[in-house]
Design a protein around this ligand. Structure first.
Ligand SMILES: [Fe+2]
Length: 308
């Protein structure tokens, strides 16, 4: 489960003081111990019970112009600050009885969805009893990353993010099946921000059957690769082929490979491309290529079957 941070300070600070601490005290979100050492500072902001209300009133007075300009999250999240290697945010966790759930459902809150994160983050319970989680851990390095893959999820415990509790969720390690808070709750986060996050997989799991259900990372590059492979002539195909060979993300390499294959003129040449990719050193690409090759074989048998 996430690393519990002992932080029993009753001191209270302003948001600007937390930002100054992060900017001037060698904050390094790639280093777990370093990240954890800022738990006390987040706890101090959590002890400040007026800053968030003041900030919300300020936003409402300017018709949420700041949030509309900078916040890429859903309405569940208030962006508090974007720093150089982090963001600070507040998250709302409604109860099942709250009108936002009754009218809009649970999807924006990930309730009932077991998932890991492709970024580390510190969190503190700020208001309310806190959301519940079934916590698991798993070995990211042992997972290729394709839907349906068996994953050894190790159940740790069921717990909730109570007010004042500070935890460090570790990227690609801690999994939680998140459940609604008993009453409306708020948490504050310091979230690792890096350009590589969007290329790192975040998984959704089936915790009951111990399988990987899908990828939660949005890859906006995928449709561009598909277009470049089919609509941009030889230059486009060369570029996408280069992505398929050399991009550091296996997920992007797979998207590029699939785009290149889609531009192939025949079933045989598509099949040959996928069969060659089954020997790729990436377990993800090899597994997905095997699956695609099998699909093509099955559909070809159906297409070429003599009419009865
Ligand atoms: Fe989560």
């Amino acid at each position: 489960m996430p690393r519990l941070i002992a932080a029993d300070t009753t001191e209270s600070i302003e948001l600007a003081e937390l930002i100054e601490t992060l900017e001037t005290s060698g904050f390094d979100p790639q280093d777990e111990d370093n990240f954890a050492s800022f738990g006390g500072a987040l706890k101090k902001l959590g002890n400040n019970k007026s800053f968030l209300g003041d900030l919300i009133i300020g936003e409402l007075k300017q018709r949420c112009a700041g949030q509309l300009r900078d916040n890429q999250y859903s309405a569940q999240v208030i962006l508090l600050h974007s720093g150089t290697r982090y963001i600070i945010r507040a998250n709302f966790w409604p109860a099942m009885k709250d009108s936002v759930i009754r009218h809009s459902g649970t999807d924006p809150f990930f309730y009932g969805v077991a998932h890991d994160h492709n970024f580390s983050f510190l969190t503190v319970g700020y208001f309310g009893p806190g959301y519940w989680s079934d916590y698991y851990e798993y070995d990211y390095g042992a997972v290729a990353g394709y839907p349906g893959e068996k994953v050894a999820l190790r159940f740790v415990e069921k717990a909730r993010l109570e007010e004042g509790k500070v935890m460090l969720y570790r990227a690609h390690q801690d999994v939680h099946l998140q459940l609604a808070a008993d009453e409306m709750s708020i948490s504050l986060n310091i979230v690792e921000a890096s350009h590589s996050s969007s290329f790192r997989d975040q998984y959704r799991f089936d915790a009951v059957n111990g399988t990987l259900e899908g990828i939660m990372t949005r890859i906006s590059l995928e449709p561009l690769l598909a277009l470049a492979a089919t609509q941009a002539g030889e230059d486009g195909r060369d570029l996408v082929t280069d992505y398929a060979r050399r991009h550091p993300s296996d997920r992007i390499r797979w998207c590029a490979l699939r785009a290149v294959v889609s531009a192939e003129p025949s079933i045989d040449s598509r099949l040959a491309r996928f069969e060659a990719a089954t020997a790729d050193p990436s377990p993800l690409i090899a597994a997905l290529a095997r699956r695609e090759a099998e699909r093509i074989e099955v559909s070809r048998r159906w297409i070429e079957a003599p009419a009865a």
